[in-house]
Design a protein around this ligand. Structure first.
Ligand SMILES: [Zn+2]
Length: 137
């Protein structure tokens, strides 16, 4: 069940997108009707309701679209960061910074600030955040 959770998520967002498109189409029809009914003396207020219906539908559809997009971006932020640990062998100073392209374990870096010995990368790892541990999938 948990193996294809990402597939299910994309299927749901496609479904939401189709519904939003359908709502957009319906609201355009409603606004078109409102325009065509505008000024007809037989039903003087129907066009106003049609216009309100169309505008409310467009607003709701846009809101749903923005919500689903924000959900996707917030999911991206959860991806764990890769960290690099830098150590000086002489004075045992440890520094942790974000992984940079070209980093590898035992790579020699710039000289230590205290002594003149070269610093080396001792570890590269993914930072697991607290949020991920409680993630339902
Ligand atoms: Zn040092």
């Amino acid at each position: 069940m948990s193996t294809n959770s990402s597939q299910t998520a994309s299927r749901i967002s496609t479904f939401v997108f189709m519904v939003v498109l359908a709502v957009y189409a319906l609201s355009i029809v409603a606004i078109g009707l409102a325009v065509s009914l505008y000024g007809s003396s037989e039903q003087p207020f129907v066009w106003i309701w049609m216009l309100i219906l169309g505008l409310v539908s467009i607003t709701l559809a846009t809101y749903v679209l923005l919500q689903s997009r924000r959900h996707v971006t917030s999911m991206k932020l959860v991806t764990p960061q890769v960290m690099t640990t830098i150590e000086c062998r002489k004075c045992a100073i440890k520094n942790v910074r974000e992984f940079q392209r070209g980093d590898y374990v035992y790579k020699e870096l710039e000289k230590c600030q205290k002594c003149d010995d070269k610093q080396i990368i001792t570890a590269i790892y993914k930072e697991v955040k607290e949020k991920e541990k409680t993630y339902p999938f």
